[in-house]
Design a protein around this ligand. Structure first.
Ligand code: AMP
Length: 305
């Protein structure tokens, strides 16, 4: 089943209390595609500059990521840099240089128009709308966003995109901003009234919640002893979730819940290394093993009184 992601490809500089990496592969689309390609082919639409290295291109191509939609413009690649605090959850953005990303106008190649599973990563809602106008008849549209797009004119465009969206990924703050409600249950209900079928609220090391017609569902985050770099965990969650649905072709409520577990599994590997480096040594067997461990995390027998 055909899966497409439209988002950022970046060079990230990340500092944690223990270590740092300079200009490593980052961006929402890179994380998403790296993860999704472990179980299904993925089409990537993004933009890079002249300075984007062949090594990164090779990394993505060797993972069965279709790069026909990756534009290369004259200028420098998008750069982002951030520093994590001691709790390894909160971070400050030190620098954002949009560079060629500022001129990004997603062009969906003719061969991608039949994409059935569409992931609109965190980009300007106007561009998200442009993408939807260029795909024929998707089975599932999912969307991510950030606080920057949740105010002013952008939020009204975003609301137009939401009418065509099946799944939205938000964190606590974004859910509250978009809905104006503090309770996450009320926030999810309000977002669903905007036209989105399923709302997924990502809660970092507290897991993720899904709200849909079948009721609330929670998946924990895998209890790791050490987190190396949380950057991109949300995109890796979305990559696992969407790839599982595209791979199975099953959009039933129970399979969507399996996809939640798979997303949490892929996110848990992502944070075990900087950038996408952990995925050099993760294979399908490792994914399956950790899915099994998730089962043991939450399975319990009936409580008796
Ligand atoms: P996350 O940790 O899920 O927030 O994702 C972090 C990734 O998003 C990094 O790899 C950044 O390169 C990328 N990123 C940061 N800011 C932006 C932005 N304004 N637009 C698109 N991507 C961004």
């Amino acid at each position: 089943m055909s899966l497409i992601v439209v988002g950022s490809v970046a060079l990230d500089t990340v500092e944690t209390p223990a270590d740092r990496r300079d200009e490593v592969l980052g961006g929402s689309a890179s994380y998403f595609a790296t993860v999704a390609s472990m179980i299904t082919p993925v089409r990537l639409v993004a933009v890079v500059g002249e300075d984007f290295s062949d090594e990164h291109l090779r990394f993505l191509r060797e993972r069965d990521v279709d790069l026909a939609g990756l534009q290369r413009l004259s200028g420098r690649t998008f750069r982002w840099s951030g520093r994590y605090l001691d709790n390894m959850v909160d971070r400050e953005t030190l620098d954002t240089q949009l560079n060629v990303f500022e001129k990004f106008s997603p062009q969906i190649p003719a061969a991608y128009r039949d994409s059935e599973y569409v992931f609109l990563a965190n980009i300007d809602p106007c561009l998200q709308l442009e993408v939807l106008n260029q795909v024929d008849n998707p089975r599932l549209v999912a969307l991510d966003t950030m606080n920057f797009w949740l105010t002013g004119e952008s939020v009204s465009v975003l609301k137009k995109v939401l009418v065509h969206t099946d799944v939205i990924f938000l964190n606590d703050e974004e859910a509250r901003m978009l809905s104006g409600k503090h309770s996450l249950v009320k926030a999810a209900a309000a977002v669903r009234l905007m036209g989105v079928k399923r709302v997924i609220i990502k809660r970092g090391d507290s897991g993720a919640m899904l709200f849909d017609d079948a009721g609330p569902f929670w998946v924990p985050a895998y209890p790791l002893e050490d987190v190396v770099d949380p950057t991109g965990a949300g995109d890796c969650f979305a990559g696992g979730f969407m790839a599982y649905l595209a791979f199975t072709g099953d959009l039933s409520d129970s399979n969507v819940r399996r996809a939640m577990v798979f997303g949490s599994v892929t996110a848990s590997f992502a944070v075990e290394g900087f950038s996408v480096e952990r995925f050099d040594s993760v294979h399908r067997g490792d994914l399956l093993l950790r899915c099994g461990e998730f089962g043991r995390l939450v399975r319990f027998e009936d409580v008796k009184l």
